[in-house]
Design a protein. Structure first.
Lengths: 340, 326, 326, 340
């Protein structure tokens, strides 16, 4: 768990290490490109239903996922593409689900808001605000009860801090000292309303940590290194049996809330300001500071491009799901029979 | 007379009532400055100002609780719950608070409020954003429950709901927002508890609600044109109070009953209507009453699966045809 | 064989399953050290210890959410919601999370849990602590819903529920806790989805659930003794899965159907059963199917009013007698 | 609103004044005796259903009610007899409701958990934990909107701070700056479980005030003077348009949670310790310190005794409600018709 300290070309103290750092960049570029592609496909009318992009918020998904070990569990929201991809789910399976094809992660049955890949530790994306925070507590309770060492992580937005389930989950986790980490991605808005207009404290999560006996943690969510280090600390605490953490990550979404939203409610210049603090751009510069060569970076980028392109083609070619799946898997016997 | 969308009818209905009565106030998530996520309340904030049209935190319990407290003490709040599925996070107010306070207090407590909510499937939003949950409310004693199928009914029934002294849950169908209809000029006020016969017929009664109404009408046309079956189509409009007389009279004339329900089958409003008709008009029935419903499963996101699962025009036609043995 | 109360059967059923499977855990408000407010879980904390039997804060959403997360990842939780009326404060888990996760995930997510809850009237607790809310759950696709009427069924159906791989909502009737019944020694495991004919008869089928079962049986005795009507009494036990075959077969023999429901009328389980029978066994019926329900009102606190409002033995007798024209 | 300063026999600085002080004592004795009588009647099997006594917690109900003006609104829990009486509802009407007679406050339709007397500003007692906190916000919103000067007050227990509705109401009230006062009566237990076992912070309400941008207020809830002064301050703030307050009052219930509860879960000596800090006893001594004569005190006590005795007799003699009320007042038209 202890990060190895390495010296770099620039002489910077590198507690993270080049391998991890490249992985963090790779992951962020992958999330960025895959979601950019999702947006393009939406413009081509190939993405059905709704979809909620994390463009601009990639450092959080990448930083936490890179700090997780196999077996750690992610519980996400409708804005869950990035977290799902970051745990290693293929771009094809995610885009396939957005396009509601048979090759999608859930063969089109769940849709973009409910990405789930238990084999990757993605325990579902939840579309009712706050619902998954108590659910993550339950998974953590299982780990505690069984003596497993995995951590459950719940990701959610700033707006989610105002719903009752947030409060119940935080108190419950603290009282039972559960190995669960609550990650608030504060992107300044609920759907279209600024979080400050509807919240009693300036920092919706951090300013409430003390209400659950927890440390106040507020970080730059656009810096993957900071996110990664913070995640590591919280996971170590959880694995040591010292209970939950609540982490507020400051960030910004570049696009609207969902595909229907042109985000006209933003004050002028806000997006531009945040784009200067773009996590992918920032991290590319970071790599260079640490002496990573341009061709290494370019190779990562082109590899990702290829993965996303291939995934896109595979999805376009993929069939629709067969009609039979309409009534499968309502119950554990595979069917839907509510009567004899 | 003008053509209006169902969506715009919502804003017009609210505006009509807010203009009439300064005690009518409106709250919900993203409803004010942004005009609502379905754009059904655009312009109200500008017209009535920030004290009467208010954005809230994501706190559905606070929204409904606050609406109730305001209603108890003199206002006539309209509260929006963005998607009807979210009624599940504030169901205590729907099930235990709104409908019981008057009774428990022996008539002291009043609760004149309206909860508007986007109901129903068709947008490929998946299992947690597409449900038809009017039966979640119909089954609770003390509520009134309304679900209009046309722009003019949206205005008229919304006005009736706002003026009603009891708590009314008002289901707007998301897949109807873009549909259009003729709407007379001036004030429109309808009556709760009244079903409408939209197409008279003599061979069968088809009872439908919300999005199922245009489908039932289309099915009736096909049944008539292609199969010589003359079906009467009743838009039930108001589940509580329920216009059982219109239903029983219709069945008394047609002798056959069909319900078209978007909700998953078990305990849907159609079951209630069938049980009333089977009890009170048993000897009027010439054959089994049949319910055409969404099967009892969660809703899939995929568009063609979603289209399969809801009652279709074709399913209505086939069911009626087969049942009538034609 | 021993005589046991319905209350003690709950603890015995839980203990049986906790002994069998170390993954069975139990949580709820005041359930552990205090043994539950209905004293239905006394001794479990002492027997299974503080890691398996846990007191929670007053946080029903956390209770059900935690149960779900634990169930998804390998435990078999039993969660108590003290009074079934409180399902309204955690209804999102009941309506949107438990029942949809497996479907939405295309079969990946499992949810093997049991929610036990005290249901029903008779304790003079008033409108927010006395409801019969089994239809709140029956109407949700993806759940299973059980409501035993006797101590032996409590144990057998609870065991079946715990072993079932799907989410089961288990309604215990508060007014049955003190009732007694013979219970065999040793392990008892029943099957969900099976109704029981408790009294065979040929003139009418009376379908009842939970507290209404003993009343239906007593009514059948009176009908037989005093009016020469031989009624068959079916304890439906499991609303989902629903044993429609037993019901349809019974009506096929008796040609008359009565349901006795404690829930307020609209959209009760009886409506669903009537709609199934009216559709599938219409020509078996010799007369209208009749529902005997609590009227569609909130529940009064006063004892004699509460006694009036629930279906009584007398109301069952009179309704069946009148309907059969005797 | 400004308390008049008076000098007393003992030379103590009396910011409350003798009239108010006698009223505070009178109210506490009245709540005590009425509830003691309710308990006796329960032992005689004359109280039906459940009932939740506030014995030991009277200073809170009395202190707040005495600080309220006509038009201020109380929202209470199932443990609401004391608050209802304190607003001036007659003992007869309260006992009548507990006995579910026709002379009861709601003629037996609501029962002991739902006492309501709108003419006294008692806007209902709510039996679902937390439900009335948002409702009180709504009443306060009406006052704000209409420019009325009344304050809405929600009373609730320590256990209630862990349910979602608490969190939503507090945030909502703070954001909208509503004239509402939240009063947590911390009696150390939820039903049978110590609050400390299930709560992440030592003071379940006070330690959470900062999560809503509110001042931390923790007071001795057994001292009616302290309660009264704290209430006055919070009401003044609310009336001035400065928003909500959250007040945690430390107290203890002398009896079990409800009539079914012998309260065996308490550690030995706890009840005895708290009985030494009995609010009624304490306040009787306070009166004496301020020079009130024993006969004045005795007269108050005997007047109350008479009121309670007479109420008891009236209730015993009162008829049951008529059967017709079973179906009245479901809807505003007075009836219950859900169909034509
Ligand atoms: C209970 C509930 N209420 C409302 C919504 C509608 N809704 C979906 S996303 C959203 C905004 C959430 O904001 P935040 O928590 O900040 O997350 P973000 O979308 O910014 O990532 C809302 C209100 C919902 N899904 N569930
Ligand atoms: C939502 C809900 N959950 C549980 C209960 C059952 N219940 C009634 S009182 C109570 C304890 C409340 O404790 P507290 O808030 O401290 O108030 P106190 O009774 O001590 O005055 C509980 C759990 C309820 N009425 N509502
Ligand atoms: Mg946000
Ligand atoms: Mg308490």
């Amino acid at each position: 768990m202890k990060p190895s300290k390495q010296s770099t070309a620039a002489g910077l103290n590198d507690d993270i290490g080049e391998a991890k750092r490249l992985a963090l960049y790779r992951s962020q570029v992958r999330l960025r490109d895959a979601e950019q592609r999702a947006f393009d496909l939406f413009l081509q009318n190939l993405v059905k239903g709704t979809s909620h992009l994390s463009l601009g918020q990639e450092a959080i998904a990448a930083g936490f996922a890179e700090a997780m070990e196999k077996g750690d569990l992610s519980f996400c929201t409708y804005r869950g593409h990035a977290h799902t991809l970051a745990r290693g789910v293929s771009v094809e399976k995610v885009l396939g689900e957005l396009m509601q094809r048979d090759n999608g992660l859930m063969r089109g049955k769940g849709g973009s808001m409910h990405l789930t890949s238990e084999e990757h530790g993605v325990m579902g994306c939840y579309a009712i605000i706050g619902a998954h925070l108590p659910i993550a507590c339950g998974a953590a309770w299982r780990a505690q009860y069984k003596g497993h060492k995995d951590v459950s992580v719940a990701f959610f937005g700033d707006g989610t801090t105002n719903i009752g389930a947030f409060h119940e989950a935080l108190n419950f986790a603290a009282v039972w000292k559960l190995p669960v980490v609550f990650v608030c991605e504060n992107n300044l808005y609920m759907e279209y309303t600024p979080i400050g207009d509807v919240t009693a404290v300036p920092q919706p999560a951090a300013d409430r940590a003390s209400a659950y006996g927890l440390e106040r943690i507020l970080i730059d969510g656009n810096d993957a290194d900071i996110v990664y280090r913070t995640a590591q600390k919280a996971f170590a605490k959880a694995r040591a049996g010292e209970g939950p953490s609540l982490i507020e990550c400051l960030t910004y979404r570049h696009s609207g809330h969902s595909r229907a939203d042109p985000a006209k409610y933003r004050p002028e210049g806000e997006l531009e300001k945040w784009k200067e603090h773009d996590p992918v751009k920032l991290y590319r510069e970071r790599l260079k500071q640490f002496g990573v060569k341009e061709d290494v970076i370019a190779k990562i980028e082109s590899d990702i491009r290829r993965e996303v392109d291939e995934a896109t083609e595979a999805c376009k070619a993929a069939p629709l799901p067969p009609a039979e799946i309409l009534t499968t898997d309502v119950y554990a016997d595979g069917g839907w029979a509510w009567r004899n | 007379m003008a053509e209006l969308t169902y969506r715009d009818a919502v804003a017009r209905g609210i505006a009509q009532e807010m203009t009439r009565d300064p005690d009518v106030v409106f709250l919900g998530e993203d409803v004010a400055k942004a005009g609502g996520v379905f754009k059904a309340t655009v312009g109200l904030y500008e017209q009535f100002g920030p004290l009467r049209v208010r954005d809230t935190p994501i706190s559905e319990q606070a929204i409904l609780g606050a609406a109730m407290g305001a209603a108890m003490t003199g206002l006539k709040p309209i509260a929006e719950i963005m998607f009807s599925d979210f009624i599940a996070v504030c169901f205590d107010y729907i099930a235990n608070e709104f409908p019981k306070s008057r009774y428990m207090s022996n008539g002291q407590t009043k609760c004149p409020l309206v909860v508007r909510t986007g109901n129903g499937a068709g947008s490929r939003f998946g299992a947690q954003h597409s449900q038809s949950v009017e039966n979640w409310c119909m089954m609770i004693p003390g509520l009134k429950v309304v679900a209009p199928s046309s722009p003019v009914d949206v205005i008229g029934l919304l006005a009736a709901a706002v003026r009603d002294p009891d708590p009314v849950i008002f289901f707007e169908h998301k897949s109807l927002y873009a549909t259009k209809g003729e709407v007379p000029d001036g004030e429109i006020v309808d009556r709760l508890g009244t079903a409408k016969i939209l197409r008279p017929g003599k061979d069968a009664t088809i009872i439908a609600l919300a999005l199922m109404v245009p489908r039932a009408l289309e099915a009736a046309d096909i049944l008539h044109r292609e199969h010589g079956i003359d079906a009467e189509v009743v838009d039930v409009r108001s589940l509580v109070p329920l216009d059982t007389q219109t239903i029983l009279n219709s069945v008394g004339r047609t002798h056959r009953l069909f319900t078209v329900e978007e909700n998953p089958r078990l305990c849907g409003w159609g079951a209630e209507i069938v049980s009333i008709v089977a009890d009170e008009a048993f000897y009027d029935l010439d054959g089994p009453p049949v319910r055409i419903t969404t099967p009892h499963i969660p809703l899939p996101a995929n568009d063609f699966l979603e289209d399969m699962v809801l009652p279709t025009v074709n399913r209505i036609v086939e069911t009626v045809k087969r049942s009538l043995g034609s």
